[in-house]
Design a protein around this ligand. Structure first.
Ligand SMILES: [Fe+2]
Length: 285
């Protein structure tokens, strides 16, 4: 098999000592066999990362990350992943409402519509607008709760099947424009760490490796790429309560796992937005 080009995605950081212990790599990728016992069942041909998880080597760490102080940052904005800790006055109201959702996880989405939660969501929207997000582009997806134990958490609601590692398609752009899709900011509003997963080769890179310049099915690119590489190391990053991950989830194959969370439920709230500038990255770990 041909050697892969260097992965495009970079985890941006201010303080390596804070971020590095959060990052682990999978032993590879395999077909989801449903052995996690999660519901709903996986879609046919869904893929999940394979444990055991291990710390990256120094060479892997260097290849996967980029200090915020590096003059080549931002580079391609869609290739940046970051763990952000936004100001306390933005995060605290979200956490308050999130903790209530943790008590009633089956009502998490409804709780996000209650007045204090809606105010907390508005506060994030305002913060994003004041920090370089295009106001028209901002959308909250509401609170979401996932039980512990899932190899991957995302459900394709249309198909009522778990998706496995996947590409978001809210903006549904063609391959050549995926980098212009909105990014996702996803806050951990539970009481314990949660885990974001992503493939550091972007979907356009995967398409290039596969020689597919104009594929019919963008959704198939990641699957075809990964099926041929069972040793591919998926990156897993721990996101602590109150923190958010920032990632272009319409550019990078990704998901979340709840397999090693300490609490009964993973509680989070995601926002989509189009960012101009690098203002938000100043709040990176
Ligand atoms: Fe997703």
């Amino acid at each position: 098999m041909t050697a892969l080009p260097p992965a495009e995605a970079r985890l941006v950081f201010r303080d390596a000592a804070r971020l590095r212990p959060r990052v682990t790599l999978s032993a590879g990728v395999a077909a989801a066999d449903g052995s996690d016992g999660g519901w709903p069942r996986y879609a046919p041909a869904a893929l999940v990362p394979q444990p055991p998880w291990r710390a990256p080597t120094d060479a892997e760490w260097a290849a996967l990350t980029q200090p915020l102080s590096d003059p080549s940052t931002p580079g391609n904005a869609a290739a940046r992943v970051a763990i952000l800790r936004l100001p306390e006055e933005v995060v605290a109201p979200l956490l308050n409402a999130g903790h209530r959702a943790a008590e009633q996880p089956h009502q998490a989405f409804e709780i996000s519509r209650q007045p204090d939660a809606a105010d907390a969501i508005d506060r994030v929207t305002e913060f994003l607008r004041d920090n370089g997000a295009d106001a028209e582009s901002i959308r909250s997806l509401g609170f979401c709760a996932k039980p512990r134990g899932l190899a991957t958490a995302t459900v394709n609601t249309r198909r009522r099947r778990r998706a496995g590692l996947h590409l978001d398609r809210f903006d549904a752009r063609p391959l050549s424009e995926l980098a212009e899709s909105r990014v996702r900011l996803c806050f951990n509003i539970g009481r314990g760490d949660r885990y974001f997963l992503y493939c550091p080769h972007s979907v356009p890179q995967m398409a290039e490796v596969l020689g597919q310049s104009d594929p019919d099915g963008i959704d198939e690119i990641g699957r075809t790429f990964l099926e041929g590489r069972p040793d591919y190391p998926v990156v897993r990053v721990a996101v602590a309560p109150g923190e958010a991950y920032l990632a272009a989830t319409e550019y990078l194959i990704h998901d979340a796992t709840t397999q090693e969370i300490a609490e009964d439920w993973d509680i989070h709230v995601a926002f989509l937005c189009r960012l101009q500038g690098v203002g938000l990255l100043q709040d990176s770990l």
